[in-house]
Design a binder for this molecule. Structure first.
Ligand SMILES: CC(C)(COP(=O)(O)OP(=O)(O)OC[C@H]1O[C@@H](n2cnc3c(N)ncnc32)[C@H](O)[C@@H]1OP(=O)(O)O)[C@@H](O)C(=O)NCCC(=O)NCCS
Length: 111
């Protein structure tokens, strides 16, 4: 990870009210074009809404700092509904990446 991307990760993390996170870089944001990756919540903290809050903070960061820039990500297939909930839509067919099915997605403006 570049130093710039690492700084972005921590700035996003600062916006999520997680106390003493064990994961130091729970999400990676690469600018121009914006690409969200490495979204992760520590296993013992999953299914408590932190992943959703992490994504909301990342997208707010994108809107505030890179207004109008396209936001993309590559989703594991079983998480497509999760990312759809934020307005992302698939841009291609599912593909295999190291044994896991993934789907490229981009953020589409809401009506
Ligand atoms: C994906 C991940 C970040 C979600 O974090 P989380 O804190 O558990 O997510 P939330 O509690 O905010 O869940 C929000 C929604 O995400 C979806 N979701 C979360 N985990 C899911 C899973 N394993 N399978 C399918 N949907 C899932 C659900 O719709 C969930 O809503 P619900 O709890 O009302 O059903 C977390 O499971 C993780 O770190 N996984 C390992 C790393 C990974 O696979 N990253 C994604 C790469 S694309």
């Amino acid at each position: 990870m570049t130093r710039g991307a690492s700084r972005l990760s921590m700035r996003v993390l600062d916006r999520v009210a997680v106390t003493k996170p064990r994961v130091s870089k729970p999400l990676r944001l690469i600018p121009a074009p914006l690409r969200i990756g490495r979204v992760a919540v520590a296993a013992r903290l999953r299914r408590h809404g932190l992943g959703r809050r992490l994504m909301e903070a990342a997208l707010l960061f994108c809107r505030e700092n890179y207004p109008g820039l396209q936001v993309m990500l590559t989703a594991q297939a079983h998480l497509v509904p999760f990312y759809r909930g934020f307005g992302f839509a698939p841009t291609g067919e599912p593909f295999d990446d190291f044994g896991l099915t993934h789907v490229d997605m981009e953020l589409r403006p809401r009506d």
